[in-house]
Write a protein that binds this ligand. Structure first.
Ligand SMILES: Cc1cc2nc3c(=O)[nH]c(=O)nc-3n(C[C@H](O)[C@H](O)[C@H](O)COP(=O)(O)OP(=O)(O)OC[C@H]3O[C@@H](n4cnc5c(N)ncnc54)[C@H](O)[C@@H]3O)c2cc1C
Length: 571
């Protein structure tokens, strides 16, 4: 059977901020650009970003300070060349977004308003009320359309066409009718976002299943620093839906069941505005030691009542709404119930500062790029600061779009794709669609998510991680026997969920492997047996590879150091 083969200069997978910004830049420079996305672009998780986007704009702030805070926040694992680039370009990125049409909230002088966020020396997060992400996404999406980007919504990408060190395109199928096709291009970029859905309690959209990571890994390409998963301190108790850091930025105070402001113990200087890893561990520790609130003692409170109705309604209206909807608690009247929630993935597809994907610690893949949350550049190292990720997605999306233009114009060879390039991907889909096995997707997914939360969460031990490694092996074996109920080709969401589960099982093994091997505590990765950072042995990036049998192997890559010297991290 031959399948359609569409040809473009550039194919981008993902229509969040990173994908849309890159697409706009490439199309604006005159290249033919197609964006494939499994969701409508405006439903990408970028649209859920509430709190803000960092840039050193004010007279009290500086690029050096932004850079220092980011390096310190990363627990010194961030690459300082990439951090320098992003922080120095942040003000220009804000001005660009504004010129494109994004409207930011203003202060009384009419300048762009900025709010404090965790781990930062100065109020630095620019925002549009608490709807920053959707404001930016609508703007950039519109501008990408204006430049003629061809958006293909509800197309699911499930394989990469990769041969002899060069990526030539992707395999996708139309979610409407399961029709398979190839997108053949000079340059392919992945901008597929995060993978928080591997955990039971998480703040992520249902679509954040980390597909691209497993697609890349199945071709023997490495994933970097996967053990670093950020747990956000303030997820709505029970569901994990996010109460943005804007709540603490505006002055929210955390209390345990004894009415103690417990952050005084854990971060005497920065209190609630210490970095996320520190606050999440503090909350989890309070709960583990029996000082949680409520019948099950499984959450703590954040109190915003002292801010008053005017401030809450003008600056945090979405957050108030979320707490009323999910908890029945009105933050104007009473403290609301929160606990740590899996939120952000610092690790991902390794790439250099211009977005070229790494084949290993020394070589790059030709014609292949990544940006945004799925990429690891690495600007966040072991822990990301709030409001640095929308910046990363927007800045690096744009920057990598420009680097694609440079490379394509310099002449990346166009290699024709053939129908046979899709054989493996089609066989995988058909196997799931027609299987008569015994395992069911929802049950396996539940086991995966619950066990990842229990064994590879905020606190980790050798025992919990080794146990999780075995659980993942077992899940992988059972996944081979998975059966779905719907064997039709029209909007087969059963099929999509099964494919996504396969992806989550594969990349979760990388999280656990990296965590077992990293015998130290750094940023978001906390090992109970090794409670301190060990620069002598672990100031390095993890690069893990999967072979055809699913076996993992790991090597390490140097961290790019710079002006900011290693120091103990205190808040
Ligand atoms: C609730 C919440 C609030 C946040 N608030 C902030 C904040 O205030 N400030 C901040 O800096 N950061 C925040 N973050 C983080 C930040 O929003 C994200 O890291 C960032 O927006 C990611 O952008 P992205 O373009 O990389 O990916 P996304 O916006 O997640 O887009 C991913 C795209 O990939 C597509 N895709 C994925 N897989 C496939 C596939 N197999 N086939 C086809 N398409 C695919 C999807 O359809 C989607 O279009 C928040 C995150 C969450 C979850």
């Amino acid at each position: 059977m031959s399948i359609p083969i569409h040809k473009y200069d550039v194919v981008i997978v993902g229509a969040g901020l990173a994908g849309c910004a890159a697409a706009r830049e490439a199309a604006h420079a005159g290249l033919s650009v197609c964006v494939l996305t499994k969701l409508h672009p405006l439903r990408s998780h970028s649209g859920a970003a509430q709190g803000g986007i960092n840039a050193a704009l004010s007279a009290e702030d500086s690029i050096d300070l932004h850079e220092f805070d980011t390096v310190k926040g990363s627990d010194y694992l961030g690459d300082q060349d990439a951090i320098r680039l992003m922080c120095s370009k942040a003000p220009e990125t804000i001005r660009w977004a504004e010129k494109m049409g994004a409207v930011f909230s203003r202060n009384e002088e009419g300048k762009i308003a900025q709010r404090p966020f965790g781990g930062q020396s100065s109020p630095r997060a620019c925002y549009a009320k608490d709807r920053t992400g959707i404001t930016l996404l609508q703007t950039i999406y519109e501008q990408a359309h204006r430049d003629g980007v061809d958006f293909k919504d509800e197309y699911y990408v499930s394989d990469l066409i990769y041969e002899d060190g060069k990526v030539n395109g992707v395999f996708a199928y139309d979610l409407v009718d399961s029709k398979p096709m190839i997108f053949n291009a000079r340059a392919v970029m992945f901008a597929t976002g995060g993978y928080g859905r591997a955990f039971k309690i998480n703040s992520n959209a249902h679509a954040n299943t980390g597909d691209a990571l497993s697609i890349v890994a199945r071709h023997g390409l490495p994933l970097e620093d996967m053990e670093f998963v950020q747990f956000h301190p303030t997820g709505i108790a029970g569901s994990g839906v996010l109460i943005s850091e804007a709540a603490r930025g505006e002055g929210g105070i955390l209390y345990n069941s004894l009415g103690e402001r417990f952050m005084e113990k854990y971060a005497p200087n920065k209190l609630e505005l210490a970095s996320r890893d520190v606050v999440s561990r503090a909350i989890t520790q309070e709960i583990l030691e029996g000082r949680g609130c409520g019948e099950n003692k499984d959450h703590v409170h954040i109190d915003l009542t002292h801010l008053g109705a005017d401030l809450i309604n003008s600056k945090l209206p979405e957050l108030r709404d979320l707490a009323i909807t999910f908890l029945g608690q009105d933050m104007i009247e009473e403290p609301i119930s929160i606990a740590a929630t899996a939120h952000y993935s610092m690790g991902g597809i390794p790439c250099d500062v211009d977005g070229h994907v790494r084949k290993n610690t020394t070589e790059l893949v030709e014609g292949f790029y990544a940006a945004g949350e799925c990429a690891c550049v690495s600007v966040h190292g072991a822990n990301r600061l709030g409001a640095n990720s929308v910046l990363e997605a927007l800045f690096f999306g744009r920057h990598v779009g420009q680097s694609i233009v440079t490379d394509v114009k310099a002449g990346i060879e166009f290699k024709d794709a053939k129908t046979e390039d899709s054989s493996a991907a089609i066989a995988r889909l058909e196997k799931i669609r027609t299987s008569s096995g015994n395992e069911r997707v929802p049950a396996l997914r539940d086991e995966l998510q619950q066990s990842m939360t229990d064994n590879a969460g905020v606190f980790r031990t050798e025992e919990s991680l080794v146990k999780q490694k075995e659980i993942l092996k077992d899940l992988k074996t059972r996944f081979a026997d998975v059966r779905i109920d719907d064997d039709s080709k029209i909007y087969n969401t059963d099929l999509q969920e099964a494919v996504e589960l396969g992806h989550m099982i594969d990349f979760s093994a990388f999280i656990v492997e990296g965590a077992i091997l990293r015998k130290e505590s750094r940023g978001a990765h906390y090992r109970e047996e090794f409670q301190t950072r060990d620069d002598e042995n672990f100031l390095k990036h993890t690069m893990t590879y999967m072979d055809e049998n699913g076996e993992l192997s790991t090597e390490y890559m140097d961290v790019v150091l710079g002006n900011h010297e290693l120091a103990e991290r205190t808040y």
